[in-house]
Design a binder for this molecule. Structure first.
Ligand SMILES: Nc1ncnc2c1ncn2[C@@H]1O[C@H](COP(=O)(O)OP(=O)(O)OP(=O)(O)O)[C@@H](O)[C@H]1O
Ligand SMILES: N[C@@H](CCO)C(=O)O
Length: 320
């Protein structure tokens, strides 16, 4: 459960007093999520999310993330809006951690996305990319192609305990990706982790996006590749081209892909799958026994890499 920092009532009351957010009625830790501590906070003015940023978030990146959420909200892309304290600051300190208070987003994430959800995702992803084009913040992707090998190398000697031959296969895959990674695709601000648990729906309408803590400047089409992996495979890991077509077509209706982006899609999808394969493999092999947070299965992402290796062109993803 992701409540790493316990917040005493009096500390929260003192923290809230800095904001125009009303009087504390109750608050409760949120079990979901693995990176940061989240509380839902109820005051006589409404509900808020309080996030305390834990070790894996670099505090110097926080102004980029919080500023991006404000920028997107201001342009009609619904996401949590950081509250400002009476001195105008969106970032404070609570229990020795950087902390922010955000508006509460109504909705729930969908465990089994259907075609319609994928279509809505495509529309909103394109809207987000366009809305962020004039966001002035800068953050490079800390989990891009050159960052995968060191993460993999730290655990490669134990990779074959999951599956025989895995270490050699992924070593060769990394070499291929490093040698062929596209360099000249259109850039912009990407979410970089837009999995179903970061997209809320309310009565089957997409109600907002959360968890911008991997956002960065990178190839826009790479964000599409992350979503292809996270949304368009079935639980048995078969690829659902109907979902992919719905997502890609909805995206392209708002922001047509360039010829180079479409051509690069199978490679980007391999890379996007590698990014989650290596972080999951690392967490799988390094998680303390008995830890609350259950590590996610890296082999699901090895399967996706193999699938994309067999794809010849974006047409096989349903892109016209
Ligand atoms: N603004 C919000 N409105 C409503 N619920 C929220 C909001 N922000 C976070 N949550 C809730 O908190 C949970 C965890 O949030 P989030 O995914 O940002 O945490 P995290 O620890 O950074 O997660 P991850 O492990 O996915 O990186 C979400 O699943 C959601 O239930
Ligand atoms: N979305 C990531 C985890 C947290 O970002 C994964 O599924 O591996």
């Amino acid at each position: 459960m992701a409540v790493y920092t316990e917040v005493p009532d009096e500390d929260l009351t003192r923290f809230l007093a800095e904001y125009d957010a009303g009087r504390l009625l109750s608050f409760k830790g949120i079990a979901e999520g693995v990176e940061n501590t989240n509380y839902i906070v109820h005051t006589d003015r409404g509900s808020f999310i309080l996030t305390l940023y834990e070790k894996r978030v670099d505090p110097k990146d926080l102004p980029f993330f919080l500023g991006l959420m404000e920028h997107l909200s201001g342009k009609g892309v619904t996401c949590p809006l950081p509250m400002h304290d009476r001195q105008g600051r969106s970032l404070g300190t609570l229990c020795g951690r950087p902390a922010a208070l955000m508006t509460f987003l109504e909705g729930v994430w969908v465990r089994r996305p259907a075609v319609g959800h994928c279509r809505s995702l495509g529309t909103t992803l394109a809207a987000m990319h366009k809305a962020a084009l004039d966001y002035p913040g800068e953050r490079t992707n800390a989990l891009s192609v050159e960052d995968w090998r060191p993460i993999f190398a730290a655990v490669a000697d134990r990779a074959d305990t999951l599956q025989a031959g895995l270490a050699a296969e992924m070593e060769a895959e990394l070499t291929y990706l490093e040698a062929n990674w596209p360099q000249d695709l259109p850039l912009g601000v990407i979410h970089a982790d837009l999995f179903p648990d970061n997209v809320f729906f309310l009565n089957s309408r997409l109600s907002g996006l959360i968890d911008f803590y991997f956002a960065c400047r990178d190839a826009l089409a790479y964000d599409i590749a992350v979503c292809l992996n996270a949304w368009c495979f079935e639980p048995d890991l078969s690829f659902n081209v109907t979902k992919a077509r719905a997502m890609l077509t909805a995206y392209a209706d708002r922001r047509p892909l360039t010829t180079a982006e479409a051509a690069a899609l199978p490679l980007l999808a391999r890379g996007a799958a590698m990014r989650f394969f290596v972080t999951r493999l690392y967490d799988w092999l390094n998680h303390p026994p008995g830890a609350f947070v259950r590590p996610k299965d890296p082999l699901e992402y090895a399967r996706r890499i193999r699938f994309h290796r067999s794809v010849g062109s974006a047409g096989e993803y349903g892109l016209d």
